[in-house]
Design a protein around this ligand. Structure first.
Ligand code: GMT
Length: 385
């Protein structure tokens, strides 16, 4: 088998808004661009997956609605579809993003495949699959089993690797492969975006996330409410989730004219290019793709120093990390940068360089390719293509 033969790769991820699905979609698109055949298997086409790109395929999983089940089951139809695609498309590798239920389904799919034609299973852990579900007695043992039976396991940060070992007690090798982001060219000039938002000379602070509780949107609002002077900034929230639970807090804190929410933004690049400062106040974060997305546009962030974020940002060099989830401290860190455009520029430029060097497709995708080739070489299957 020549080392450079294109691979046949199955990818399963959550297709909805969320970092793991975004990363998996970007990885699949890059792998296809590099000549591999890539097959996405999920209940919906991932929302950021390019349409009509060569070598990029999508296989929907049909979920049953049998009346006899109180809750519809996804794991079994997913595993059957994985086994079917593995057989029909001669998959070398099934790469699953987020362990639950994807890794379990992949292990089952591999067991259902004919002997000698099983796909290798690569599991990438993204965060709450370990930190939340890994602690849950109803999931932990199944996650641990799937990890132990995977041909390779990766995590998106060293912090998540260590948490996985600590919480799940898995002894198998875990490779750390950080996330990456490849920005699209913005479709509008920054001045036009700021005009649309009604932002003039104020500092444009941006936050982008799925707004899950772990993102601490309450703390984000509490922190900006303490920033002085009030009219020196506007906060733009690119909401990949429901912002309505926070509308009352915005009013209570008197932030009605300071906070602008844009739901389900696809063209995040337009906004990131126009932004001056990112703000992330998560309680826990295995990586935080939003910080890297901002870094690519020279937009430095103030972030809580939780989880894997210190692997993404070097505090004082490529952004600012705050060692506490105290609103007053976060507000002071924001104020310091609001007053100092030169410092913002320096941090932003260093962040841009760091993102290009460490969190680009060029830096990361070859690591996954090497991993796939390694597991395929370790467990060769007959070549059918
Ligand atoms: O694990 C989650 O909470 C969901 C996941 C997602 O799909 O958005 O987020 C995690 O994966 C992202 C991509 O690897 C990371 O950037 C996020 O930091 C991580 N979230 C958490 O750890 C809370």
């Amino acid at each position: 088998m020549p080392a450079t033969r294109p691979l046949h790769i199955g990818i399963t991820c959550y297709p909805s808004v969320g970092g793991s699905g975004i990363l998996a979609s970007a990885l699949g698109a890059e792998l296809a661009r590099r000549g591999h055949e890539v097959h996405f298997i999920s209940y919906e086409r991932p929302f950021r997956l390019p349409v009509g790109a060569p070598r990029l395929h999508f296989h929907p999983v049909v979920i049953n609605d049998y009346e006899l089940f109180k809750y519809p089951d996804y794991t079994l139809p997913l595993s059957v579809k994985m086994a079917e695609v593995a057989r029909d498309c001669a998959l070398d590798v099934l790469h699953v993003h987020y362990a639950v239920p994807h890794a379990t389904a992949a292990i089952l799919a591999r067991a259902m495949s004919p002997a000698g034609r099983e796909p290798r299973v690569v599991t990438t852990l993204h965060g709450t699959d370990t930190t939340l579900l890994g602690r849950d007695a109803g999931y932990g043992p199944a996650i641990r089993h799937a990890l132990m039976r995977s041909d390779a396991v990766t995590t998106v940060s060293a912090w998540l690797r260590d948490e996985t070992r600590r919480l799940l007690g898995v002894g198998c090798p875990i490779e750390v492969i950080h996330n990456f982001f490849e920005p699209k060219k913005p479709s509008r000039p920054p001045a036009e975006v700021r005009r649309e938002l009604g932002i003039g000379d104020e500092v444009m602070i941006v936050h982008l996330s799925n707004l899950r509780p772990v993102k601490r949107i309450d703390l984000l609002l509490e922190s900006v409410a303490r920033v002085r002077p009030r009219d020196s900034f506007k906060l733009v929230v690119l909401a990949g989730g429901d912002f309505s639970p926070y509308a009352e807090q915005v009013q209570r804190l008197g932030l009605g004219d300071r906070v602008i929410v844009r739901p389900s933004v696809f063209e995040i690049e337009d906004y990131l290019q126009a932004a001056d400062l990112g703000l992330f106040t998560s309680d826990s974060e295995s990586f935080c793709l939003g910080v890297v997305e901002a870094m690519w546009f020279g937009c430095p962030s103030v972030s809580t120093a939780v989880g894997g974020i210190p692997e993404v940002v070097v505090s004082g060099e490529s952004g600012m990390l705050v060692e506490t989830t105290d609103a007053e401290t976060i507000a002071r860190a924001v104020e310091a940068l609001l007053r100092d455009p030169e410092r913002r520029r320096a941090l932003g430029e260093a962040g841009r360089r760091r993102a290009a060097e460490k969190f680009s497709a060029a830096a990361i995708v070859p690591r996954y390719e090497a991993l796939y080739r390694r597991v395929v070489a370790e467990h060769p299957a007959p070549v059918l293509h």
